[in-house]
Design a protein around this ligand. Structure first.
Ligand code: OKP
Ligand code: ZN
Length: 344
């Protein structure tokens, strides 16, 4: 399986995020990609290649042009106002009764306008790292178009919380959505996105909400208990032409492989019925029992089973890396999904 990886992920190295009332070191850090990269070498998964540059056009297929412009210039505007010693974090958001009619002029207002949490610092290298990650996903999509059965985009920063015009949850550009759209534009009639990250992929859901050509299926911790709290419930099924093309499978804290496997079988049934031409997997390994910010109980060996179950769907498959914060075990867990897929 070809692996697409860019060293530019290092340019996203936020200093702190707001968590439990405190500024703490970012969980989403460069060592995450390094350990996955190292493990892929050890298991000999496949050649590791650099992404090719795809430019703005494929990003504009799923993201708002004004939002992309904001992301590109936000750091420079922040530095003018607050200096470069502190990362840019938002502090104010809209509440019911306030207006979102116009984009604020102030950088602080714009950070709040385009975000939904205070855990996602914009830094000097955010734009370059995020575009390199999207390029990894796009390059992977290109391999599928050329006939590969599978590919792995080793992306960071992750993407599934980023919507058409918002960032949050450590995500800026929705790598999986950009790839799914590029598969559509390359001739796939229908594409399914399967999100196995512990957190609901609210950005991907929002982007494809009213689309019948892209199925979004997500297994995640129940938003009644867990981030992102305001999205990911079972009754969110898509709207308009996308009615029924969104399936959320929220699971309780403490879910182990037994409960997870059942939901994955439900997901497989829905994906099979949709009969897509390609599958994009948002691959987060934060369902692991040892994850510091999550509360499922998967074991490292369960990720082999997850890979095999995904292989059973019998589709050309692009894996796009998302979350997973137990860094010491992240390489094994992510590589296990991929080897489980290949050996099935
Ligand atoms: C990104 B991805 C924990 C706070 C967590 C944000 C989590 C973002 C997860 N107390 N805040 O889906 O792995
Ligand atoms: Zn996650």
């Amino acid at each position: 399986m070809i692996v697409i990886y860019s060293e530019e992920h290092r340019l996203q190295a936020g200093r702190s995020e707001l968590n439990d009332g405190q500024l703490v070191p970012c969980y989403e850090k460069p060592s995450r990609a390094d350990i996955v990269h190292a493990r892929i070498d050890v298991v000999g998964l496949g050649p590791v290649v650099e992404p090719s540059r795809h430019g703005l056009a494929p990003l504009e297929r799923v993201h708002d042009a004004g939002y992309l412009g904001f992301l590109q210039s936000a750091w420079d505007e922040w530095v003018v106002e607050h200096g470069a010693e502190i990362d840019a974090l938002p502090l104010n958001w809209v509440a019911p009764g306030m207006t979102r009619r116009s984009v604020p002029r102030s950088i602080d207002g714009r950070l709040g306008f385009y975000s939904f949490d205070a855990g996602t610092p914009i830094t000097a290298g955010t734009w370059r790292a995020a575009t390199a990650a999207a390029d990894c996903a796009l390059t992977g999509a290109g391999r599928l178009r050329e006939g590969d059965r599978s590919a792995f985009a080793l992306c960071r920063p992750p993407g599934h919380h980023a919507g058409r015009a918002f960032y949050g949850g450590y995500c800026f550009l929705n790598n999986a959505a950009v790839a799914a759209q590029s598969l559509r534009d390359g001739g796939a009639a229908r594409v399914a996105v399967l999100d196995v990250d512990y957190h609901h992929g609210n950005g991907t859901q929002e982007i494809f909400w009213d689309r019948g050509d892209v199925l979004f299926v997500s297994l995640h911790a129940d938003p009644a208990d867990e981030f992102p709290y305001f999205c990911g419930h079972a009754d969110e099924r898509g709207g308009g032409a996308g009615e029924g093309a969104n399936l959320n499978l929220p699971l309780p804290w403490g879910t182990d492989w037994n409960g997870y496997a059942q939901a994955l079988a439900t997901a497989a049934g829905r994906i099979g019925a949709f009969a897509p031409d390609a599958l994009v997997v948002s691959l987060g390994a934060d369902t692991y029992g040892g994850d510091p910010i999550s509360r499922f109980r998967l074991l490292s060996e369960d990720f082999l089973r997850m890979g095999a179950a995904i292989a059973g769907m019998g589709l050309p498959t692009l894996f796009v890396m998302e979350g997973g914060y137990a860094v010491d075990d992240l390489g094994v867990n992510v590589a296990n999904v991929l080897t489980g897929f290949l050996e099935a």
